[in-house]
Design a protein around this ligand. Structure first.
Ligand code: FES
Length: 161
């Protein structure tokens, strides 16, 4: 199950957006700048935030959505308490990275890029984290877990609950 993305804009979020807009809306490249600062300050750019920024900047919502989907570092939903990054660099890919992704998706009930309903875990894919000799590698928060096996996925996750 995924976290609902139809959340309302909170007063705190609106205050942050207003501050960002006041300082940056007239600068060149304002859309990219405002979206980047929004993500930095609030952690993501929700549909409600996109709508508000579109209105306030008089930029079509489709343009804002286009920028957010073009650059993979933007997030449109809040991140979970723990971030799982399954490495799909070459070494990890050939040594079982894809089967780890499948197992995480199955155990957590989410797809890559999604967050569990209890907001505990966000599942993502990354490229080489510099630990190829331990492939396949998974990063959970700042922990690097090497030689990961699908049968150990559930057990490892229990440590982070
Ligand atoms: S390819 Fe995964 S750590 Fe290098």
């Amino acid at each position: 199950m995924t976290v609902a993305t139809q959340e309302e804009l909170t007063l705190e979020q609106k205050a942050v957006l207003d501050e960002i807009l006041a300082e940056n809306r007239d600068k060149s490249g304002a859309t990219m700048l405002v979206l980047t600062l929004t993500q930095e300050r609030l952690g993501y750019v929700s549909p409600a935030m996109q709508q508000y920024l579109s209105q306030e900047m008089r930029v079509p919502l489709s343009h804002i959505y286009g920028v957010l989907t073009f650059y993979s570092f933007f997030r449109m939903a809040p991140i979970g308490q723990h971030k799982i990054n399954v490495c799909l660099g070459t070494a990890c890919y050939v040594r079982g990275g894809p089967s780890l992704i499948e197992k995480y998706q199955q155990v957590l009930g989410i797809k890559v890029g999604e967050t569990t309903e209890d907001q505990q875990f966000t599942l993502e894919v990354c490229r080489c984290v510099g630990a190829c000799s331990q492939a396949p590698v998974v990063m959970i928060d700042d922990d690097i877990i090497g030689r990961m096996k699908p049968q150990n996925v559930a057990k490892t996750l229990r440590k982070y609950k």
